[in-house]
Design a protein around this ligand. Structure first.
Ligand code: NAD
Length: 300
């Protein structure tokens, strides 16, 4: 049984922390928002009293926070000054590679092991314990963290050194964002050419246009009954989250001077979609936005 402190009890962190606790570990949850703490307790979770005393006894510290500045502040002001030197730190938030490497360096300077381990699989995967973890950091830290990641996920991949988990997440989601737009454009064009959506799906899902955005998450209603297109584009994965991840890809491409023109264009389109009111709509709702400029989802 490990003593685990978990920071960030939001949509993802709450079910992840509960899975660790329900597997028999001694878990203490922390969140800065009272309603998040209440929801965690209502779901059976145990809260820590104050952060510093939770950290002093921790074997593992997980964090699942919105963005890089939140992670940096938490690490600089709370975790590194107060955590036990024997603890392993695991940040599961999706953040920029630069901040991820910076906090790993601060931890290393203090003699503490830190891993980045962003996830894919969304809230459904967090609840079911079937997330994919993309892990950056050294072999020893990976070996220590893996048994706990196995409880929360089903694919745990060591992507290399510090920040490489974030790099994998950003590159994957840049592919996804671009591919989704390409599938949306193709269905809109097919419609205007008098080609039935199901026919295009039947052909392209077994031809060279095949991709996840088509076969698992088809943005037009009908061909894939479980896709958000069949429930008024309720998320799923929101356009705002896709915009955030494409922004991280843009930032990484700029700082490493790599050309990602389609990634940049996809970021601009998702920004327009969000600015038109689509931030809480599933990202596959891009199909309707491209066709009509309509961003808001249907009410069910
Ligand atoms: P969320 O906003 O629901 O939860 C984040 C929580 O962190 C909030 O409850 C917030 O109060 C808390 N928090 C912020 N600063 C804190 C601090 N200093 N100490 C303690 N708690 C603090 O967000 P989410 O949907 O759970 O996403 C979390 C991360 O996971 C993000 O980086 C997101 O990009 C990533 N992610 C989300 C999904 C998804 O489908 N929601 C999928 C993959 C990855």
């Amino acid at each position: 049984m490990a003593r685990i402190v978990f920071f960030g009890l939001g949509n993802m962190g709450r079910p992840m922390a509960l899975n660790l606790q329900n597997a028999g570990h001694q878990l203490l949850g922390h969140d800065i928002v009272p309603s998040m703490r209440d929801a965690f307790v209502a779901a059976g979770g145990r809260l820590g009293d104050d952060e510093a005393s939770s950290l002093a006894d921790a074997d593992f510290v997980f964090s699942m926070l919105p963005a890089g500045p939140h992670v940096r502040k938490l690490y600089e002001e709370m975790i590194i000054p107060h955590v036990s030197k024997n603890a392993t730190l695991v940040d599961c938030s999706t953040i920029d590679v630069e901040t991820s490497r910076l906090v790993a360096g601060l931890a290393a300077d203090a003699g503490i092991v830190m891993m980045d381990a962003p996830v894919s699989g969304g809230t459904v995967g967090a609840e079911a314990g079937t997330l994919t973890f993309m892990v950056g950091g050294d072999d020893g830290g990976f070996a220590k963290a893996k048994p706990l990641l196995d409880i929360m996920g089903k694919n745990i991949i060591h992507a290399g050194g510090h920040g490489n988990g974030q790099a994998a997440k950003i590159c994957n989601n840049m592919m996804l964002g671009i591919q989704m737009i390409s599938v949306c454009e193709a269905f809109n064009l097919a419609e205007s050419l008098g080609l039935d959506a199901q026919k295009l799906y039947d052909i392209s899902s077994t031809a060279s246009g095949q991709c996840w955005s088509l076969t698992t998450y088809c943005p037009t209603p009908g061909p894939v009954p479980t896709s958000p297109a069949n429930r008024g584009y309720q998320p799923g994965f929101t356009a705002a989250m896709m915009r955030k991840d494409l922004g991280l890809a843009e930032q990484a491409a700029t700082s490493s001077q790599v050309a990602t023109p389609l990634g940049n264009q996809a970021a601009a389109l998702y920004q327009m979609f969000c600015s038109a009111g689509g931030q809480d709509v599933d990202f596959s709702g891009m199909i309707r936005f491209l066709k009509s400029g309509q961003a808001a989802g249907d009410k069910q």
